[in-house]
Design a protein around this ligand. Structure first.
Ligand code: COA
Ligand code: MG
Length: 296
């Protein structure tokens, strides 16, 4: 699975910021047409995104475009404008049901056929950020094979449920936890909330680590200064990798010896702990830190 530790937004009508994003080594670059773009700049954003896709070298960063919500009246024109320039994926905001994802997927398939691209190569990412979206997570997460990640939108959700955002994010804990549980059930990645105070690196790191502990695989970001702290927080450190490899080796040896549970460094190890260790290794491999065989 592709690593999506940090997903950086910038207004799609701002070519300077898009160009800057391509120099940062960020996993995902998300050129926005939705809330980061003023109403009278929506069509400029489409044109600028097409220009960026056609002319800039994004290096290893994933090239994503965020459209306006399905039902906004802008979504069809936006998809038809940007898809011929072949982004790697489309981000759909304010998703509340599976039909919205299947609608976008079918439109993308039409364009893929038209250009003789392979069907399914343009991925979808859905942002869930309303009360209705949260209670429909199951049908959203299982809507379409093109869907590879869900994004948790805390600001919109707080507005929708009448909550006030706090540093610890307790007010959105149920939704944040429900989202990551659903992505795990349907084998998707989970991308966590935005830390909008982009000058507060200390808070950003704490919040990133909290998300990573909950099972999130990445985080949305809004400023270049957030790239490195976030990508680091979502990359397993050397100590965790070594420990995970140690657990997996010991488990294999004990299985051979006919023991399911055993003690390692004074702690009990059994199958779920091994599964968690395997996830750490998978993340380290996706981040390019080690190879599949566990070696650097
Ligand atoms: N992507 C790429 N480059 C960005 C960037 C972003 N999200 N945010 C800032 N930069 C660039 C600036 O253009 C500036 O470049 P320069 O030094 O070459 O002139 C540099 O990074 C430093 O920016 P800074 O002056 O600290 O911030 P700012 O005042 O220009 O912008 C924001 C602050 C919040 C407006 C800006 O970070 C932003 O637009 N973020 C994304 C907003 C968005 O897309 N929201 C919708 C999704 S939640
Ligand atoms: Mg939003």
């Amino acid at each position: 699975m592709r690593s999506r530790r940090a997903l950086l937004y910038m207004p799609g009508d701002d070519l300077h910021k898009i160009r800057k994003a391509t120099t940062l080594g960020v996993d995902c670059i998300c050129m926005d047409m939705e809330d980061g773009v003023a109403f009278n700049r929506k069509s400029a954003a489409r044109d600028t995104i097409v220009q960026a896709l056609n002319t800039l070298d994004f290096g290893r960063s994933e090239r994503l475009a965020r459209i306006n919500p399905v039902g906004s009246g802008m979504e069809t024109d936006e998809l038809k404008a940007v898809l011929p320039a072949h982004p790697d994926g489309i981000v759909i905001p304010k998703v509340e049901n599976g039909n919205q994802i299947r609608w976008a997927s079918a439109l993308i398939a039409d364009v893929e056929r038209q250009y003789a691209w392979s069907i399914g190569e343009i991925i979808l990412i859905a942002i869930v950020e309303s009360a209705l979206g949260i209670i429909n997570l199951r049908e959203i997460a299982s809507a379409d094979p093109r869907l590879c990640s869900l994004i948790f939108g805390a600001e919109d959700l707080a507005g929708d449920i009448g909550a006030q955002r706090t540093a610890g994010a307790e007010e959105v804990f149920y939704a944040r936890s429900a989202l990551v549980t659903h992505t795990a059930a349907f084998n998707l990645q989970a991308i966590d909330l935005v830390h909008i105070d982009f000058k507060d690196t200390e808070g950003l790191i704490l919040e990133s680590k909290q998300g990573a502990r909950m099972g999130y695989t990445g985080k949305q970001i809004i400023h270049p200064n957030q790239v490195n702290p976030v990508q680091e927080a979502f990359t397993p450190d050397d100590e965790s990798i070594a420990k995970a490899l140690h657990i997996m080796e010991a488990f294999a040896a004990h299985q051979q010896a006919g023991k399911g549970a055993f003690a390692l460094d004074g702690k009990m190890i059994d199958a779920p702990i091994v599964k968690a260790a395997e996830r750490i290794i998978a993340r380290a491999v996706a981040a390019g830190k080690i190879r599949g065989n566990g070696h650097p």
